[in-house]
Every structure is written in structure tokens, then in C-alpha cells.
Design a protein around this ligand. Structure first.
Ligand code: GLP
Length: 251
């Protein structure tokens, strides 16, 4: 299902509200969380909602999708740092319930195995996803097998160019990451993909018309029984008219 909103702000508000409602309905929910600029405003809205209408988050578990190899928890561009900076510092989720792959683990293969086992033990109820301009989800780059589980990935040139914007010194941009594979992602009961901005319009168009193929990682979602894509008008600008209406109301 597609949901289209006029602005990124509306997308963020709607998505945060959706997460909030899922939390209300299932206090022991397992959330799959993503990073990137798209998610920043969603987390900001979610923090606001949780401050306005507090709820008990003691039973929530979270799993993040990925982490850069070589960046420690205190590195401002690590996804660990990102998650605390944008969400975990402001909400009361017990630290032991928060999970991210460790990009500084001495044995990366063992770390992937550990993370996969954790994910398997506790499948995700709601997975939030973004998409890279090359169609990657988490850091599953084009060509990754749909059978993949958590693994070490060599980031593509496109991803390194896109994501180096976050680094004050672009040469610090890592070459590798740990990422959940398609298996863990697709195991989620519900998946919400959020896509905003004109720079994503072409990948959205590719997704819309594509068959399910490993050359376009995000196309895997079409195999999922319960996925929603939430766009703003700019990201949806190359979609055919019949795919982009009607626009839903915000609750
Ligand atoms: C990174 C993350 C992805 C995310 C993507 C899009 O590459 N690994 O999980 O979907 O960024 O990020 P943005 O929202 O900044 O476009």
C-alpha cells in the first residue's frame, strides 16, 4: 500500500503516530529501527508524542538494521551514536532492550552470527525502513542475495558518496558495514518504508515498475504480505497518477 503526503513534515508526523499506536497496542513490541536523514524527523516527532502522552516503554525491544565497521559508540557518525542522539536519550527504553550490531567487534563474523541469533529469537513486529538512492535497504547493496542474513558488506561507491555528506571529513567514511540481511528484515510482521525528497523520485519509480529482483534490493518488499510505503509528493513525483491517490488524512 502507498500513502502519499504533501510534505516530509506530514510524512514524519504520520509515521511517528503510527509507531506510537503500535506501541500503545502492544507494550512488549519489538521494533526494527533504521537510521539516515529520513528517520531523524520521525524520531523527533515520536519523542514529542511520547513526551506529550507518556507511556511505559519498559517492555519494548529494539533492533537496528546496521552499523559502520570501525566506528565506535562515541563516534558521532556511528549509528549507535545516532540512535541515542535522536531517540534513546529522550525515551525510557531499558538499555538492555536496545540492540545494534557492534561495528568495533574484534571478530566481525562472530558478531554477525550473534546478531542474527538475537533477531531470530525475537522477530520484529514493526520494521521501519528507508531506502538508499541505489535501492539498498539497510546496507544490502544491489546484487545481495535475498537469502542473506546479517553479514559484513563492502559499501558501493554510490552509498559512500551519498553517506559521506554526514562526515565532516569525507575520507573518514567507512568502506564496510554490518547489516541485517533480507532474511531478518523480511521476517518482520509489518514493514513501513519511508521515502522523502526529490532525490529519491527515480528509485521510487524504479521500485514501482520493477519485478522482484536482487539488482533492486528494495523490490524484495513486494514479496512481503504486510508492507506500506509512505512518501512525500517529491519522492512520489514520477509515479503514475493512479498510484498516488487518494491522500490519507492525518489522525
Ligand atoms: C543509510 C542506511 C539505510 C537508509 C539510507 C537512506 O544508507 N543504512 O538504512 O535507508 O541511509 O538514508 P537517508 O534517509 O539519509 O536518505
Amino acid at each position: 500500500m502507498y500513502l502519499i503526503f504533501d510534505t516530509q513534515e506530514e510524512v514524519s508526523r504520520y509515521t511517528a503516530q503510527l509507531v506510537y499506536e503500535r506501541l500503545q497496542n502492544k507494550p512488549d513490541i519489538t521494533l526494527g529501527l533504521a537510521t539516515g536523514s529520513t528517520m531523524e524527523r520521525i524520531y523527533a516527532e515520536l519523542v514529542t508524542l511520547l513526551q506529550q502522552k507518556p507511556m511505559d516503554l519498559a517492555q519494548i525491544t529494539t533492533f537496528n538494521l546496521d552499523e559502520y565497521v570501525g566506528l565506535g559508540r562515541s563516534h558521532p557518525q556511528s549509528y549507535y551514536y545516532y540512535m541515542f542522539h535522536h531517540l534513546f536519550n529522550y525515551v525510557d527504553i531499558p538499555a538492555e532492550n536496545i540492540h545494534l550490531p557492534n561495528g568495533k567487534a574484534p571478530d566481525l563474523e562472530a558478531e554477525c552470527k550473534r546478531y542474527n541469533e538475537l533477531c531470530r529469537q525475537q522477530p520484529t513486529d514493526l520494521q521501519l525502513l528507508g531506502v538508499g538512492t541505489n535501492g539498498h535497504i539497510a546496507f544490502n547493496e544491489p546484487g545481495t542475495s535475498f537469502e542473506s542474513i546479517t553479514h559484513v558488506v563492502a559499501l558501493t561507491k554510490q552509498t559512500r558518496i551519498d553517506n559521506s555528506r554526514f562526515f565532516s571529513d569525507p575520507s573518514e567514511m567507512p568502506h564496510e558495514a554490518l547489516t541485517m540481511g533480507f532474511q531478518e528484515i523480511m521476517n518482520a510482521k509489518e514493514i513501513t518504508l519511508v521515502v522523502t525528497g526529490k532525490h529519491k523520485a527515480e528509485i521510487v519509480e524504479a521500485f514501482h515498475y520493477s519485478t522482484v529482483t536482487e539488482t533492486l534490493p528494495v523490490s524484495v518488499l513486494k514479496k512481503h504480505p504486510h508492507y506500506t510505503v509512505i512518501f512525500d509528493r517529491e519522492a512520489a513525483s514520477l509515479l503514475p497518477v493512479e498510484a498516488t491517490s487518494p491522500t490519507p488524512c492525518i489522525a
